[in-house]
Design a binder for this molecule. Structure first.
Ligand SMILES: Nc1ncnc2c1ncn2[C@@H]1O[C@H](COP(=O)(O)OP(=O)(O)O)[C@@H](O)[C@H]1O
Ligand SMILES: [Mg+2]
Length: 345
């Protein structure tokens, strides 16, 4: 799939911006703080229904405005799709697919798929487990709506259970939530396990390619052995700590290179390559699962690579629509110069 056009109104520092994108490499070029990443975020929003950086949707609405609009047109194997998202202060966001409003964000999942890669993605390897869970949640949701449904329900029940734990002490009451928490949690765990298992051979292959066969990577999902039993066994502790201490919201991914934990022992370079291997592996996995090549969003990644690595990365993503932000224009691609929230002609 590929995006042909992106239009935003009152979106972050863009009053009104339209881009006609090429099928291959597109580069958003400009100095810092001009609004390049904001445009990638708009695309990301149209794929998964939430902003890349925003905690709240309203953060994406331009200062002193009360509405923002993002519109994306994409061509897929079987026709085109048009996504429109309206964000408003104090309003629920409204999303339309081909001009038909949808009731649930989950329906947006899988319409346009993207893989986002930025220096922040290093977090995927070295930071807190929450960053690795975020990666799983965003990416599995794109290829599996039922995962997103389970996750939404799980989080809701978890919130209620935690609210109860904050103020109460009767363990028997917990069973009101535990049955549902367990059934949704088991779906999440099973789907994450299956995802990591499917992704693994692709990651190994990519990492071999990127390291000239010098490094062997392995990823494993770390979860509870028996969620139901462990949740019940943890009741006393949960009441004492006033929060739910076991479940998929505490899980992690272990990443090793040549048998050593990259999270702890990896060099910066190894961590970056591992993160890139995982992201590029996802491109291939998504393609095989959905029959469509996702769109690759590369935020500020180029500045960190020398020109031969840049070329290598671009060869690795041939046949993919790529949208890159950079402070200087690379040798290839359609160039859009971004200045203070506008595209220079
Ligand atoms: N809601 C908003 N309204 C107006 N401007 C915003 C909003 N959110 C962020 N900005 C501005 O966007 C700019 C950063 O844009 P960004 O896309 O991150 O820049 P870069 O070109 O470096 O990628 C900053 O100047 C910031 O103040
Ligand atoms: Mg940026």
């Amino acid at each position: 799939m590929r995006i042909t056009q992106l239009t935003v109104d009152n979106f972050r520092n863009h009053k009104h911006t339209t881009l006609q994108l090429d099928a291959g490499v597109n580069v958003l070029v400009g100095p810092n703080a001009q609004g390049k990443t904001n445009l990638l975020e708009a695309i990301f929003l149209s794929c998964v229904g939430r902003g890349w950086r925003a905690g709240r949707d309203s953060e994406m609405v331009q200062f002193n405005q009360d509405r923002a609009l993002v519109q994306v047109t994409a061509i897929k194997k079987f026709g085109s799709v048009d996504i429109t998202i309206q964000l408003g202060l104090g309003l629920k966001k409204s999303i339309s697919i081909n001009r038909v409003p949808i009731a649930k964000v989950a329906e947006l999942m899988g319409q346009i798929n993207c893989i986002f890669f930025s220096p922040d993605e290093l977090k995927l390897v070295k930071e807190a487990p929450a960053d690795r869970r975020r990666f799983l949640n965003i990416d599995i949701s794109q290829i599996d709506k039922s995962y997103f449904y389970a996750l939404t329900r799980y989080n809701k029940i978890l919130q209620q259970r935690n609210a109860y734990l904050k103020n109460n002490t009767d363990p028997r009451e917990l069973s009101i939530w535990d049955d549902q928490l367990i059934s949704q949690g088991k779906i999440i765990i099973a789907k994450r396990q299956a995802f990591i298992q499917k992704l693994t051979p692709y990651v190994i292959a990519k990492h071999h390619e990127l390291t000239d066969g010098k490094e062997t990577i392995a990823i494993t999902y770390e979860t509870c052995r028996d969620f139901a039993a462990e949740l019940t066994a943890a009741r006393e502790r949960d009441l004492r700590l006033r929060t739910t201490t076991v479940g998929p919201h505490r899980d992690d991914i272990a990443i090793t290179i040549n048998g050593q934990d990259v999270r702890v022992y990896g060099s910066q370079g190894q961590q970056r390559t591992a993160a890139l291997s995982i992201k590029l592996a996802e491109l291939d996995l998504f393609t095989d699962i959905t029959g469509e090549r996702p769109i690759l969003l590369l935020d500020d990644v180029f500045s960190e690579l020398d020109s031969s690595r840049q070329a290598r990365l671009l060869t690795a993503v041939a046949n993919t629509q790529v949208i890159i932000t950079a402070t200087e224009a690379p040798a290839t691609g359609k160039i859009f110069r971004i200045k203070q929230g506008t595209v220079l002609a």
